[in-house]
Structures are given as C-alpha cells and as structure tokens.
Design a protein around this ligand. Structure first.
Ligand code: NAD
Length: 697
C-alpha cells in the first residue's frame, strides 16, 4: 500500500514518499502528500519540511498503473500538489536520494530548495511517450538550469546525473551521501533567513541570444525528428519559459493536451505498455520459480552462435562455444573479438572490458565440456538431421535441470524436443541477426516447455537486455511468418510496375528503418529463395512472384556477393540502382504478360503494411501470438517498424479495421489482385464488422 511516512528531525518534518516500485505519484499518494504537508504546516514545532523517497528512488513520476484511468487526473492532480508545495508558508525542500524523473522532478522543481545525491539521475522523459512535461517542468527547469540545458533535457528526454548540474540553481547542495542531512541544512537556512521562500517561478530565464537559440533549435529538431511532433512542441513549450510564468504555464498546458490526443503519442504509449505486457505469460506467474543460469554453452560458432555468445559475455556470464572443427571455432572467436574491437573503436566499450569478456569465453570440440552449463543454446545448420544429432548429444551430456534451447528459425520445436528425454526443458530462443545488436528475442514455447523454463528465459532476456516476446510453435514464428507476406506483396508490386527503389523509398519515408529490398540485400536473398523453393512444394496453390528466383539464379544474393536488388561498389554498402536489375524486371514482366502501371507511394505502403496486418490477425486467432501488442513489439524491436506508429496491429487499429478490410477488398478486385491474398483474416473481418480493434480482441 502506498504511503507517505512522516518523521521529525528536530524542528524539520521529513516526509518520505513510499510507493513501490518507483514511488510514483499515484492518486492516493498525491492525496497523502498534501495531507502530510498540511499536517506539518499545522504543527507549531515544525519550521520546515523535507520531502524524500523511500529506497533508492526519489520518484519515477506518474504512476503508470493509473495511465489512461480516471485516477490519473483525480483531485488533487500533480499540478495541485506542486502548487501546495510551492505556496507553502513553511520552506519545502526536496532531498533527491536517487532517480528523479518526470513528475518526480516537476514536484522537486516546485519545492523551495533541493539537495541531491551526486549520483542521482534526473530527467523529464515525457517526450519518449510523445508528450511533454505537463506539470510546469518546461517552465521551471529552464529557470533552474538555464535555457540550453533545459532544452536538451526536455527535447531528448535523456537523464542527466545530478553531479553535472551542481553549479546550477536546480540544486542548493549536491552531496556524496546523507542527502537528508544536506536537505535539512538547506531547509533550516531558508527558515532562518527571514526572507520569503525562494520560488523558481519567480525567476526569469536569462540568455544572451534566446530568440536565435530557439530558432536554431527548431531547425535542428525539425530536421532530426520530422515525424515526431512532440519534439517540436517541447521546443515551443521551453521557448514559452521566456514569457511571464503563468503565460508559459498555460502554453505548456495547451500543448500537453494537444499531444495527449496525437496519434504519435498514442502509439508511443502503446509501445511502452506493450513492453510491459509481453512478460506476462499464461501459466507463469511472479511466483513461478526460475533456474539459475551462471554458465552457458553455445553450439555452433557461426553467424548466430558468435553473436548469441556475446550477449552473455557482455552480461558477465561465462560461455563455452562449441563447433565441429577448430577452424570454425577460430573463425567464431575472431568474429567475436572483431565485433568487440569495433565497439572499442567507437568508444562504446572500454578496452579492459573487451579483455574481460574474452576471458570468459572458452571453446571446445567436445560436447562433454558442456556438462556444467545451465543453459545450452543450439545454433547449428538449419536441417532437422543436424538438429537431431546436436540435441541428442546435448541431452546426453547436460546436467539434470539444464535448459536446452534452439535458435531455429523455421523448424518444428516440438519435433526437436522429441529428440531428447527432457522435452519439458526444451525451449526456442530465436535471436535475430546480428544477435549481439538486435533487441528482439522470440521465446518459443513448445507443447511440453515447463513454466519455470519459460520464466527463466524471460528473466534471462532482461539480463542480456533483450526484448522477449512469447510465440507458440509455427513455421516462421511471429516475425518471419508475417514478413513472408510483406515480402511477397513487395514482389507483386514490382512485378506490376513499381521499382525496388520506389518500394524501399515509400516504406522508408513512411517510417520503416529499411525497405524490404535493402533488407534482402543485407540479409541475403538466397534465404528467401530457399524458403520459396520449399513453399513451391509444400504449398503449390499459393502464389509467389518468381522475380526473386530470377535474381538469385544470377548469383545476386546481396551485399555478400556485391550485387542483389542493388549493385555495390567494392567495400561499400551504399545501394546503387542497377540497370541490369531493371532489365531483369522488364524481361520478367514480359514473360508473365504484365503491362506495368504507375504506383502511388501510399498504395505501396498500404499493400505492404496490410499484408503484415492480415497475417498478424491469423497469428492472433491461432494463439501463436498471445496478444496484438506482442506482435507490435516483435515488429518494433526486430524489424525496424517506426515506434511512433506503434506497430502494425496498432497502426491498423488507428486506421480503423473496417477501413483496412475495405481497402483489402479493393486490392483484391484490382486487375492482378489476388483474392486469396486479400481475403481478410476471419478475426480481422469479425472485429471490423463489430467496430472493434485488435487491442480489444
Ligand atoms: P552458420 O552456418 O553461420 O553457422 C552454423 C555453425 O554450426 C557452423 O559454424 C557449423 O560449423 C556449426 N555446426 C554445424 N553442425 C554442427 C554440429 N553437428 N556440431 C557442432 N557445430 C556444428 O549458421 P547461422 O546463420 O549462424 O544459423 C544457425 C542457426 O540460427 C540456424 O538454425 C538458423 O536458422 C538460425 N538463425 C539464423 C539467423 C540468421 O540471420 N543467420 C537468424 C535467426 C536464426
């Protein structure tokens, strides 16, 4: 239960915010704080008030559990609480004992003085949710730290360590320890001064060339974040701090209310909650025990095995890397070292850290060396025969209770689990390439995967800083199964008249980090080719464009062969249009009897994104994905989907499912429209008919 503890240090009342996990300003907490301040004011023995946080956090700001609920704005709201502190007749001083973010910092800014631990992080991160600080933060922070510091903090949302702001009016004291004692000194001084208590709202923002600075910032922010209105509105709100305080405050309010309703903010907030929801799995609760993972074995030292190993080494978990030949191991280790060296060169890793990581890496040719590993991850060739051999050997040597994981992208995990005598200990850990960089980890739940195995892997994902999303077993899991339809659609568009460059440009302008043809060239077009060859046999009635096959028949696998959908200068990665590809496309169209037509970028985007959405709806109906927001998270963290659009399912919800289904029907009736492709998934059709969203499903 949240609370505000009141204690007395002589003539100072110390109010301690206590609302785990981050001392958020929930509705009850706000009410209790006002009551505590009023009680301290009424107590004749109290001369001043110090407010601090329980544990190692001052306050993380708004209580996210109340987001979107009436409690979030219930009286007293945060602006009221800040007003109570700022207008208090006795000095109120914040003792910032640790992280102080968002509404937490806005409250501290309303106090008459502030003392902070030097290591405390302070931030106004609202922009990351497409908002701006709406409780006076944009007006008081510039008055405390100056226009430029405040602008940087508010537009970036990034935290700053208190030590770096020591010389500003934000802090009256910055100390290495005992911040309450320091705050008490500040509070007594204010009480003794006989002067009216100082308030940030009474100060003016000084800057030699404020107008020019703001104009310059507008330009930079507009150039860097053209599709994120909140960044620009943060600039305008901070610019408002040059006006009289109350005028600036009402400007801030107006902008805040406008942003709250913006689709970008709704999408960013959706993404924020999607991240929190993804860890909730049926049959796994907070009480589900987890297994200790202090040593990991990785089988296969290729592209994936190396990157997977780095995740654990970087988190301080020793790894034994196994392959079938010494050459493969040497190559794998050299790749790992080279990747770490690149980080050192970029200044992202200290040289001594590189050596520490490398020292935690052992190599082996003998499965017996994996006997003491708590988790064994297989990343060998993608054939069932090789997986069988490796899983049988892992099963033979692994200690009881060890988790056996497969990084397979397409093979049936239940069949793989069946190669062992412990299917309950088998799980999929589907990393994405490059595995040391990409955030996404699809955790694949087999029919027999035990709850504690899932709980352990979800927890471990946090340790290695991955975004874990649960998927049930199917070909391609969530991400790649949807991607197949997106790429199929891109290829139909090119067959019908668009160019690969136009498709890439249209989707990138819409917000995708990289268009499908640049991605294909990067990942290797041969991967899709191999999958299509399999599909031609498995699903002979499903229509695929053979254009990619024609490309691969010429050995154009992408960057690794110097040519793909684009051509590449030796040693360079810039995609250059290639007349040979244009010719290949022309010939292909002629061969299949297509007269090319012009495409608007908007149609390209709709057809590709709705192809994702339709397959997402099927995954949801089949229960492969637990919730629509999990699908969104897969695309946000693994496929370069723009966060400010919230993910494919959220995007479809924001367009409206009835309109999405209607557009699909229009696409189906086009001259080369594929009725089977555009048949709305039953769940989509049902929700569209009921006026509902995927989020409701
Ligand atoms: P890779 O060819 O680069 O590496 C495979 C490694 O496994 C090689 O070093 C090989 O020597 C070793 N190996 C093969 N048989 C072995 C055995 N019996 N015992 C020990 N070592 C053996 O392959 P990769 O791209 O790293 O892919 C590995 C797995 O990861 C595959 O299942 C693949 O589907 C999956 N995957 C790949 C990607 C990707 O983008 N490359 C992404 C996600 C998942």
């Amino acid at each position: 239960m949240s609370g505000v503890a009141i204690s007395l240090l002589g003539d100072i009342a110390v109010l301690t915010l206590d609302n785990p996990p981050v001392n958020g300003f929930g509705s009850r907490q706000r009410r209790l704080l006002v009551e505590a301040i009023d009680a301290a004011v009424a107590d004749p023995g109290v001369r001043a008030i110090v407010v601090t946080g329980a544990g190692e956090i001052f306050s993380g700001g708004a209580d996210i559990r109340e987001f979107g609920k009436p409690e979030a704005a219930a009286s007293p709201n945060l602006r009221d609480v800040i007003g109570v502190a700022e207008s208090c007749v006795k000095p109120v001083v914040a003792a910032i004992n640790g992280t102080c973010m968002g509404g937490g910092l806005e409250f501290a800014l309303g106090c008459h003085g502030r003392a902070a631990l030097a290591s405390a992080l302070v931030a106004l991160p609202e922009v990351k949710l497409g908002l701006l600080p709406g409780a006076g933060g944009t007006q008081r922070l510039p008055r405390a730290v100056g226009l430029e510091h405040a602008m940087n903090m508010i537009v970036s949302g990034e935290p700053v360590v208190a030590r770096l702001l020591e010389s500003t009016a934000l802090f009256d004291a910055v100390v290495e320890q005992d911040v309450i004692a320091a705050a008490t000194v500040v509070a007594r001084k204010l009480a003794d001064s006989g002067q009216p208590t100082p308030r940030l709202c009474d100060r003016v923002v000084e800057h030699d060339n404020a107008e020019a600075f703001i104009q310059f910032t507008r330009g930079v922010v507009h150039g860097q974040f053209p599709r994120e209105p909140a960044r620009l509105q943060c600039v305008e709100a901070v610019a408002g701090s040059l006006k009289p305080f109350t005028e600036g405050l009402s400007l801030e309010r107006g902008l805040f209310v406008m942003l709250m309703a913006s689709p970008e903010s709704q999408a960013l907030r959706h993404a924020f909650f999607a991240e929190r929801a993804a860890s909730k799995i049926p049959g796994v609760s907070a009480d589900t025990p987890t297994r200790t993972i202090s040593k990991v074995g990785v089988v296969g030292a290729g592209t994936m095995g190396g990157g997977i190993s780095m995740n654990f080494l970087s988190a301080g978990i020793p790894v034994t890397l196994l392959d079938s030949t010494r050459e493969a191991l040497d190559r794998g280790v050299a790749n790992i070292r080279r990747n770490y060296e690149t980080s050192v060169k970029k200044g992202k890793l200290k040289p001594e850290r590189l050596e520490q990581c490398m020292q935690m890496l052992r190599t082996s040719l003998d499965f017996g060396d994996l006997a003491d590993c708590d988790l064994l991850i297989e990343a060998v060739f993608e054939t069932m025969q090789v997986k069988r051999e490796v899983f049988e050997r892992m099963d033979a040597v692994a200690k009881p209770g060890a988790i056996l994981a497969s990084n397979t992208s397409t093979l049936n995990l239940d069949q793989i689990a069946g190669f062992t005598r412990r299917p309950q200990d088998v799980v999929g850990m589907h990393f994405f390439s490059p595995a040391n960089v990409m955030k996404l980890l699809e955790v694949v739940r087999g029919k027999a995967s035990a709850a504690d195995v899932l709980a352990t892997v979800m927890k471990l994902a946090k340790t290695i800083r991955k975004t874990a999303v649960l998927s049930l077993v199917c070909d391609g899991f969530i991400g790649n199964r949807m991607l197949e339809h997106y790429v199929r659609m891109a290829n139909f568009l090119v067959e019908e008249g668009a160019s690969p460059q136009q498709v890439d440009r249209a989707l990138e302008a819409w917000g995708m980090a990289m268009g499908p043809y640049r991605v294909g060239d990067l990942a290797g077009n041969d991967i899709g080719w191999a999958i299509r060859k399999r599909r031609y046999v498995e699903k002979p009635t499903v229509r695929y464009s053979a254009l990619g096959d024609r490309l691969c028949e010429q050995g154009r696998f992408g960057q690794k062969t110097g040519a793909g959908w684009y051509r590449y200068e030796p040693g360079k990665r810039d995609p250059l249009p290639d007349p040979q590809v244009d010719e290949l496309i022309r010939e292909h169209r002629k061969a299949i009897g297509v007269t090319p037509r012009e495409f608007a970028d908007a149609e390209i985007v709709e057809r590709c994104i709705y192809a994702l959405v339709n397959e997402g709806a099927r995954l949801l109906a089949e229960g492969i994905a637990q919730r629509a927001s999990d699908i969104d998270l897969v695309y946000l963290s693994g496929y370069g989907f723009p966060r400010w659009r919230g993910g494919p399912m959220k995007y479809a919800d924001s367009v409206g499912l009835a309109m999405v289904a209607r557009r699909m029907q229009q696409f189906a009736s086009q001259p080369r429209g594929d009725a089977a492709f555009w048949q709305p998934a039953p769940l989509l059709a049902e929700l569209a008919a009921q006026g509902k969203t995927f989020n409701d499903a």
